[in-house]
Design a protein around this ligand. Structure first.
Ligand code: FMN
Length: 181
């Protein structure tokens, strides 16, 4: 099964989180993960994917313009129903705790619902999520004065998101791949 992680990032915070997310699926056998900055992400690869995870820095409480412009190129996939029933999940970084991290994730999820995707968040039985996380995806606050670009618990949540996406996608695509996964 194939998972595509697409991210926007200007200062590497969201890029670092995207890399942690891409790592998480390695725990689930039979998963191939593709990872691209939005400037290189190929919309024509999407119909071949089983799951799509996209994320960005929060810009004024919503999707960064780079990722939004890319999402707005997916109209032809909507018209042909090509993303229906693909698993989707989202992630985001902001500079401040109340700087719009969850608002941005809700905005990131909305186009997935329009595409007919099956959106997956993170549940409370993941300890790090109950303590530091969000139910809408992975939203991490990265204060400018912080010594690490992303705190370790943020990377842990990133890995947990992709592992969850891979596990659910594996179940949903069992008929498609049979024993090959
Ligand atoms: C145009 C712009 C708007 C931003 N708006 C917000 C905001 O509303 N709230 C916030 O906490 N951070 C805001 N930030 C900061 C980024 O979301 C934050 O630094 C993020 O982690 C950067 O991710 P990156 O290094 O992947 O680009 C903004 C940054 C830019 C450039």
């Amino acid at each position: 099964m194939k998972i595509y992680v697409v991210y926007d990032s200007e200062g590497d915070h969201t890029k670092t989180l995207a890399h942690a997310i891409a790592e998480g699926a390695k725990k689930v056998d039979g998963t191939e993960v593709f990872l691209d900055h939005v400037s290189k992400a190929d919309i024509y690869k999407l119909p071949d994917m089983d799951a799509i995870i996209w994320g960005c820095p929060g810009h004024f409480g919503t999707i960064s313009s780079g990722l939004k412009a890319w999402i707005d190129r997916l109209g032809y996939l909507w018209a042909e129903g090509k993303l229906i029933n693909k698993v989707g999940a989202v992630f985001c970084t902001t500079a401040t705790t109340h700087g719009g991290v969850e608002a941005t994730m809700l905005n990131l999820i909305t186009p997935m619902f329009h595409q007919g995707m099956i959106v997956v968040g993170l549940p409370g039985n993941i300890t790090a999520n109950a303590l530091y996380g969000s139910y809408y995806g992975v939203g991490i606050t990265c204060p400018v004065e912080s010594s690490s670009i992303i705190p370790e618990e943020g990377l842990e949540l990133g890995r947990a998101l992709d592992e969850r996406v891979a596990t659910i996608t594996k179940d949903l695509t069992r008929t498609k791949y049979g024993d090959r996964q």
